[in-house]
Write a protein that binds this ligand. Sequence first.
Ligand SMILES: NC(=O)c1ccc[n+]([C@@H]2O[C@H](COP(=O)([O-])OP(=O)(O)OC[C@H]3O[C@@H](n4cnc5c(N)ncnc54)[C@H](OP(=O)(O)O)[C@@H]3O)[C@@H](O)[C@H]2O)c1
Length: 278
Amino acid sequence: MESSYNKQVVLITGCTTGGIGHALARAFAAEKCVVVATSRSRSSMADLEEDSRFFLQELDVLSDESVQNVLSNVLHEFGRIDVLVNNAGVQFVGPLAEIPLSAIQATFNTNVYGTMRLIQAVVPHMASRKKGKIVNVGSVSVLAPPPWAGAYTASKAALHALTDSLRLELRPFGIDVINVVPGAIRSNLGNSAAASYSRMPEWKLYKQFNEAIRARAYFSQGAKSTPSEEFAKKTVAAVLKKNPPSWFSYGHYSTIMAIMYHLPLFVKDFILRKAMKC
Ligand SMILES: NC(=O)c1ccc[n+]([C@@H]2O[C@H](COP(=O)([O-])OP(=O)(O)OC[C@H]3O[C@@H](n4cnc5c(N)ncnc54)[C@H](OP(=O)(O)O)[C@@H]3O)[C@@H](O)[C@H]2O)c1
């Protein structure tokens, strides 16, 4: 491990190769940060193993024990965490009227409560130093919630709201809170959502929409999706600013979704019904 003296220590969740977290890890390292790259399994970020800029740790955001364990390892090794990036997340697709409630709960467990678990663990440490940055990775889907990914979008909407409240609540303690809002970024998100979709029961009312729903899993993974490296480079530049923005959105569809947000609901519904075959 390289000397961490004078370098920002950045902890990132969900750094599996091919995803945004992995690209963020590399982009922070390129800006001379010490990167604590974490994922559920160390083998999923094996390519970082030999690089002394990375401190690799297994971390499952669903487990208190795992979070506490990593935190104590990091504080023992570096004495601080300057930036926490809550990137780990799962996408889930399926019609809201029929998906098992357990699938909605699992989505919230990772995207919302997993993120809060990390924040509650790291804040006392950051507050004691009166310094730190917390980055939550939201989603542009919140700006115009489409059909077929309601559980995912609701979890990200909850996260956006928590992020806004946290920004105000943590300001007195010198902690910046940043909502990073990706557009469509190339990653493993489509494949993992399709894998969980294939475990769903056969729909009763929604059989005829099966292909449209399956396609929703890959909506962010089209030919024009933004490469995760490009997204990560822009995001890291924004986060490392002395005064980082409260909201940073970038990537394919980010502009169009920002416009959609302001449209009347009937126009929004019309566009989304056409796009999502609903
Ligand atoms: N790609 C996009 O277009 C897009 C758009 C908007 C928002 N986002 C958000 O960006 C973030 C990164 O997603 P991505 O696109 O890079 O997808 P991805 O490639 O599937 O990465 C998701 C990461 O989260 C990890 N993860 C899932 N459950 C976890 C848990 N319990 N504990 C720790 N890590 C866990 C995954 O680990 P495993 O490999 O072990 O499953 C993986 O490393 C997510 O929050 C996602 O919602 C992505």
